[in-house]
Design a protein around this ligand. Structure first.
Ligand code: NAD
Length: 491
C-alpha cells in the first residue's frame, strides 16, 4: 500500500462548502439559538462547519408542513412530479463537482468517487421521473356483468427517512425521489457527520419548484429525532438505511404504531471464487471494489472464500493490487482510498483486528492505523481467519478483507449462509453449474456473478434476513410508498 498524501497542512479550503441549515416548509433555517454540532474533516479532524439541530418546534413545524403539503401533492399530476425529478437530475449533473467536493470534506472519500456518486444519482432522479408516470392500478374481471372491480394505488402519506454518511447523496436521493414520485411528502434526517449532500438535494428541489412542505430536512440527535417522528401520528411510513441493531429498534417502534417500514441494513457479503474462474481478473476486480469508500459500503465484499486450488494464485494477485492502493487525503488527485469517515470506525477496526490476532489470524498486509491525525486505516488482508471470529461474523464496514480457502460448493454455501445477514453476494466462476448453484443457493437479496452489477436505478436493491426489508430502485421502488385500495362498484 502506498501512502499518497497524508494531510500535512491543516486548514482545508472550505470555499463553496454548503451553508448548513434546516429546510422546513420551503424555508432554509438556521441560527435562532438552536443547538449546533461541529462537522469534522476526516482527513485532518479539523472543524469545517456547524450544523444546527432542529428544536421540538422545528420538528412540529416540519410535521404540519408535510401533512398540509400532502393534501395537494397527492393530487399532483405525475407529469409535474416527473418534471421536477428530471430537473433535479439535470441540476445534479451540473453541480456534481461542487457537491462531490463537499461530500469529500464531510466524510473523506476520494473526490472522483464523490463526484461519481452524484452523477450516478442523477440517473436515479431520471428513473423515478420515468417510473412515476407508470404507477398503474388494474381492473379485475368481475363475477357479475354490472360490477366493476378496480385496484388503485395511492400514496401512503407523510414519510420519515433516516439516512447515513457513507453514500450521503445516494441514500438520501433514493428515498426522496421514491417518496416524491409516489405523491408522498417526506421529512428526512440525514447524517449529521456528513450533512452537505442532503442540503444540496433540498436546494435543487427548491430551485426545481417543489412546493413548500413536500420535502423537509431536519438534523439532531438521531435517536431523539427518529423516535419523535415515528411516534407522531402524522407519519405513515418510515425508511431507514444504517446498521442492523438500529434498524431493528426503528422497525419495532414503527410496528408498535402499525407503520410501514423500509429497512436497508448492514451486510457481510460473501465472495466465492471458484477454481475455474478467471482468477487474475477476479482478484483485480475485487481489490478495486473491496477498498472503494475505504470499505464503508453495506455491499462491500468482506468474506472471501477461495477454492483450494486457486487460493495461492488469488491471494498473491489480490495482495499485489491491495498494496498499490494509495491512501491519502480524498481531495488529492492521486488518492485511491481516503480516511475512514470518523474516529468511531477506527476504534471498530482495532476491535476486529485485536480479536482476529488473538484467534490466530495472520495479517498479510495493513492491519493498523496510518499516521497520527485523521482517521486513516491501512487496506488490510487477513488469512487463517476462523469462521467464528469477529471479522468473519460482524460487518467490518472498513478496509478489512478476510480470505479463507474452501473445498466444494456445498461447503462454501453453508459457510456463506451461516450468518444472519443477507444483503449482497459475489461469485466468480466459468462453470454454469457453479453459477446456478450459487444463484439458487445463496441467501442474499443480490447475487453478482463475474462482475459487480447491482445498485443501478433500474434494478431492485435490498436485503433479506437481518439485512432488511423492502426494495429501492427497479420497478419495485414505489411499492413501499403506495397503499393498495380495492374498489368495487355496482351500477
Ligand atoms: P450507528 O449505528 O451509530 O449509525 C449509523 C447511521 O444510523 C448513522 O447515520 C446514524 O446517524 C444513524 N442512526 C443511529 N442511531 C439512530 C437512530 N436511533 N435513529 C435514526 N438514525 C440513527 O453507527 P456508525 O458508527 O455511524 O456507523 C457504523 C455502522 O453503521 C456500521 O457498522 C454499519 O453497519 C452501519 N451503517 C450501515 C450503512 C448502510 O449502508 N447499510 C451505512 C452507514 C452505516
Amino acid at each position: 500500500m502506498n501512502i499518497a498524501s497524508m494531510p500535512q497542512t491543516p486548514a482545508v479550503d472550505r470555499t463553496g462548502y454548503e451553508d448548513l441549515c434546516l429546510y422546513i416548509d420551503g424555508e432554509f433555517l438556521k441560527g435562532g439559538g438552536r443547538k449546533e454540532q461541529q462537522v469534522l474533516y476526516p482527513a485532518s479532524g479539523e472543524c469545517i462547519a456547524s450544523l444546527p439541530h432542529a428544536t421540538r418546534e422545528d420538528l412540529d413545524r416540519a410535521l404540519s408542513a408535510a401533512a398540509r403539503a400532502f393534501e395537494t401533492w397527492k393530487l399532483s399530476s405525475p407529469l409535474e412530479r416527473s418534471r421536477i425529478l428530471r430537473k433535479v437530475g439535470e441540476l445534479s449533473r451540473k453541480n456534481a463537482r461542487e457537491i462531490g467536493r463537499n461530500i469529500t470534506l464531510d466524510m473523506g472519500k476520494p473526490l472522483a468517487e464523490a463526484v461519481g456518486e452524484v452523477i450516478a444519482c442523477a440517473d436515479h432522479c431520471d428513473w423515478h421521473a420515468e417510473e412515476c408516470r407508470r404507477i398503474y392500478g388494474r381492473v379485475i374481471p368481475a363475477r357479475l356483468p354490472n360490477v366493476r372491480q378496480m385496484v388503485l394505488r395511492e400514496p401512503v402519506g407523510v414519510c420519515a427517512a433516516f439516512t447515513p454518511w457513507n453514500f450521503p447523496y445516494n441514500q438520501a436521493i433514493r428515498k426522496i425521489a421514491a417518496a416524491i414520485g409516489a405523491g408522498c411528502t417526506i421529512i428526512i434526517k440525514g447524517p449529521e457527520d456528513a450533512p452537505s449532500a442532503v442540503l444540496a438535494i433540498a436546494r435543487m428541489f427548491h430551485e426545481a419548484g417543489l412546493p413548500p412542505g413536500v420535502l423537509n430536512v431536519v438534523w439532531g440527535d438521531p435517536a431523539e429525532v427518529s423516535a419523535y417522528l415515528i411516534n407522531s401520528p402524522v407519519v405513515r411510513k418510515i425508511s431507514f438505511t444504517g446498521s442492523v441493531p438500529v434498524g431493528k429498534q426503528l422497525a419495532v417502534l414503527a410496528a408498535s404504531h402499525m407503520k410501514r417500514a423500509t429497512m436497508e441494513l448492514g451486510g457481510h457479503s460473501p465472495v466465492i471464487v471458484f477454481d475455474d474462474a478467471d482468477i487474475d481478473r477476479a482478484a483485480d476486480m475485487l481489490a478495486a471494489f473491496k477498498f472503494r469508500n475505504a470499505g464503508q459500503v453495506c455491499v462491500s465484499p468482506t468474506r472471501f472464500y477461495i477454492q483450494e486450488k486457486a487460493y495461492d494464485r488469488f491471494l498473491g494477485r489480490f495482495l499485489g493490487q491491495t498494496r498499490q492502493i494509495k491512501v491519502g487525503d480524498g481531495l488529492h488527485a492521486e488518492t485511491t482510498m481516503g480516511p475512514l469517515a470518523h474516529p468511531r470506525r477506527l476504534a471498530a477496526m482495532h476491535r476486529l483486528m485485536d480479536d482476529a490476532l488473538s484467534r490466530g489470524a495472520s495479517i498479510e498486509t495493513g492491519g493498523q492505523r496510518i499516521g497520527e491525525s485523521g482517521s486513516f486505516f491501512a487496506p488490510t488482508v487477513l488469512t487463517n481467519v476462523p469462521d467464528d471470529c469477529l471479522a468473519m461474523c460482524d460487518e467490518p464496514f472498513g478496509p478489512i478483507a478476510s480470505c479463507v480457502p474452501f473445498k466444494d460448493v456445498d461447503q462454501v454455501l453453508r459457510r456463506a449462509n451461516a450468518l444472519p445477514y443477507g444483503l449482497s453476494s459475489y461469485a466468480f466462476t466459468n462453470s454454469t453449474r457453479n453459477a446456478l448453484a450459487v444463484q439458487n443457493g445463496l441467501e442474499a437479496g443480490m447475487v453478482n456473478i463475474n462482475h459487480f452489477g447491482q445498485a443501478l436505478p433500474e434494478t431492485p436493491f435490498g436485503g433479506i434476513k437481518d439485512s432488511g426489508m423492502g426494495w429501492e430502485g427497479g420497478t419495485e421502488t414505489f411499492d413501499g410508498y403506495l397503499n393498495t385500495k380495492f374498489v368495487t362498484q355496482m351500477d
